[in-house]
Every structure is written in C-alpha cells, then in structure tokens.
Design a protein around this ligand. Structure first.
Ligand code: MRU
Length: 354
C-alpha cells in the first residue's frame, strides 16, 4: 500500500469536460479499458450491464448522465430544460432499482439544477452538483475507512464480499476503505474475499484491486464462508451496502445475508460500511426494498460458455436483505452507528442534514 495515491489512479467515473469516462468493469481483470459515455443510452446501458457498478459509482455516473442528457437534448429555453430534467431523472434513475444512491444522486442534481434561471445556468448547476456528489463521496470514503479502522483495532483477518473499493466508489471505497485505512496506518491486514457469484465482483475486481495496492488478499468460493469462520480464519466480516432502511436492514450483493448468518453462528462481528447517501430513511424496513432480478444467462453461461443446460429455470436476484439484528455496527462518514439502528440511523441522517 505504501505510496499508493488515489489521485494518480484512473477513477471509476470521471468527467472530461464534455463526456463521462468509466473503467469498463466487465472487462477486468483481463483487460483494463476506459470507455467514453456520450449519450443517455450509453449511460443507462453501462449501468445496466455493470460496466460501472457499486452503489456510489452508479450514483456518480447517473449524476453526470443528467448533464450528458441535457447536452444531448439541447433544450432551447428554461421550460424545455426543466422538462428534460424530469425525463432524465426517470430514465437514468430507474436503470437499476436497488441501490438508492442512483435515484438519490439524479434527484439531487435535478433539485440543484432547478435553481438555474436559464437553460445554460441550469446545465451549469447540474454539472456543479454532480461534481460535488463525486467529491463528497471521495471524502466520505476516507472518513468511513478511518471510522472502521479505529473500531477494528487488533483485528487482522477480514472477510469481505463483492467489490466495495475504488472501482465501486469515487474514493477508496466503503468496506475496502476500511482495509485501505488499516494498510495505510501500517496495521497488519489480511483479506479473505468471496468470489461473489454469479458475476464475480469479488474474484475479478476485489482481488485485482487489492493486489494492485499490495494488500494481502485470498480468494475463496462464496460457499466457503462458514468453513473459514469455523477454523479461525476470520476476525470480522465487513461488507458494503446498496440501501439501508431506517431500521438498519441492509440490501447488499446476493450472498451477504449468508455471511451474516454464518458470522452470527460463529460469534464473529459483522459490519456494514456505507456513506449516508446509501441510507433510505423513507422506508421503515428492508421489506420495502426492491430487489433487482437479473437475466438468466448470467447464471447459465459465463462469457458465452454454458454453465447449465440450455433453458434451465433460473432465479437470479442481484441482492439480498441482511436483517438489522445480524449487524454489529455500521461504519459511516459521521462515525460508527450502533444498535438500536432505528434510533441511531435517523439521528445520524437528521444531524447530517442540519
Ligand atoms: O451489482 P453490483 O456489483 O453493483 O453490487 C454492488 C454491491 O453490492 C456493493 O457491495 C455495494 O454497491 C456497495 S459498493 C461501495
């Protein structure tokens, strides 16, 4: 980790002046390719096929996508610009349903842009707000990392799931932000990363990212989690989140719930790391979270090679809900939230909004 400077690395999502650049995460780890997004269709497509992924990163991409959309539609006056904004919020905000960051970001850009009193000023305010969202996420990641690092003193062996690092955010990441913070502080840290079936965000992305940073990381099948915990390979589990309800129920990548159940059985702490942009206090519990169902062929083939009989009946949820009762604490940019979460979460969100 020594000497790794985030500002020298390609960001997951960048604004070049007239277009968005993203790292195409579908191509990693075999190829590192940066692609340009110059239309709303391209933005929505990139989000849907997970070329850009991870709740904060899709929020960032969606926010900039509003600006791309305004440039593409080129509204001639203020009413036309306002109506384009509404349309863009719907089109981009519904590209993926579970991560609240996407809709939160596009609505935040819309609300800021509506302050503009000409079409040009509306567009400028949209861009400023999108860039502010990205800067804030970068800062939030550093704070989350530090909050988690302080809490995990003395814990070396960390299990994680999916990819929650610099590919998934504008900064060092959420759960991986804690890992990076430990490494930067010179504390020993070893990561056990689950492969994250079926799209292998753990195997392809987390392993690539942590190896690149010189952090000790070992890949395991998702189904090895209970075994790893039972033989003392895990001091704590840290995962990210796509939406956290007011009571602490947490939507995250499919398989997260299993890790939490197994951690409870093994007596191992289970932490969630997320920025406040991932909290949805408008919903009381995880029952109200829409879980994205993805296409059958993500399970029946891998890059065109069949992995199941053609025509197999498939259930492919992208996320699950970990009940709040299985979560030890939540690391955020405003500190560590403890149970009862139906008290600590609304208090933290209200305090941050003031
Ligand atoms: O389907 P993905 O790859 O976008 O799912 C991502 C996750 O579930 C992450 O854990 C979550 O977005 C947090 S990223 C900081």
């Amino acid at each position: 980790m020594s000497g790794l400077d985030l500002d020298t690395l390609a960001p997951s999502v960048a604004w070049t002046g007239d277009r968005i650049e993203i790292i195409d995460q579908t191509r990693l780890p075999d190829e590192f390719e940066i692609i340009e997004l110059v239309s709303v269709d391209a933005v929505v497509d990139a989000i849907c096929r997970l070329a850009v992924r991870g709740a904060p990163a899709i929020g960032a991409c969606g926010a900039l996508g509003i600006v791309i959309g305004l440039d593409e539609r080129h509204p001639e006056d203020l009413p036309a610009a306002r109506s384009a904004l509404d349309e863009l919020v719907e089109v981009i905000g519904s590209a993926r349903p579970t991560a609240v960051n996407l809709r939160w970001a596009v609505e935040r850009v819309r609300d800021a842009a509506l302050e503009g009193d000409t079409a040009d000023r509306l567009r400028r305010m949209a861009l400023d707000e999108a860039l502010r969202i990205i800067a804030e996420d970068k800062d939030a990641c550093s704070r989350i990392g530090e909050a988690g690092r302080a809490e995990l003193t003395g814990m070396t062996n960390i299990m994680t799931h999916c990819n929650t690092g610099r590919l998934a955010t504008a900064g060092w990441g959420t759960a991986l932000g804690v890992i990076y913070a430990k490494a930067a502080a010179g504390e020993p840290v070893r990561v056990l990363a689950s492969e994250t079936r079926p799209l292998l965000q753990g195997a392809r992305l987390t392993i690539w990212e942590l190896e690149d940073a010189g952090i000790d990381v070992t890949l395991m099948p998702d189904s090895a989690d209970a075994a790893a915990m039972s033989v003392g390979k895990v001091d704590a589990v840290i995962v990210g989140a796509d939406r956290i309800a007011a009571n602490g129920d947490t939507a995250n990548k499919i398989g997260t719930f299993s890790h939490a159940v197994n951690a409870r059985y093994a007596g191992i702490p289970f932490y969630v790391a997320a920025s406040l942009s991932t909290f949805d206090t408008a919903i009381a519990s995880g029952d109200e979270i829409t879980i994205e169902l993805r296409s059958d062929d993500e399970l029946t083939a891998w890059r065109g090679i069949p992995t199941a009989p053609a025509g197999a009946s498939v259930w492919n949820p992208a996320f699950d809900i970990t009940p709040a009762g299985l979560i030890t604490a939540i690391f955020t940019e405003v500190g560590v939230l403890h149970p009862p979460f139906d008290v600590s979460i609304p208090a933290a969100v209200e305090h941050a909004e003031r």
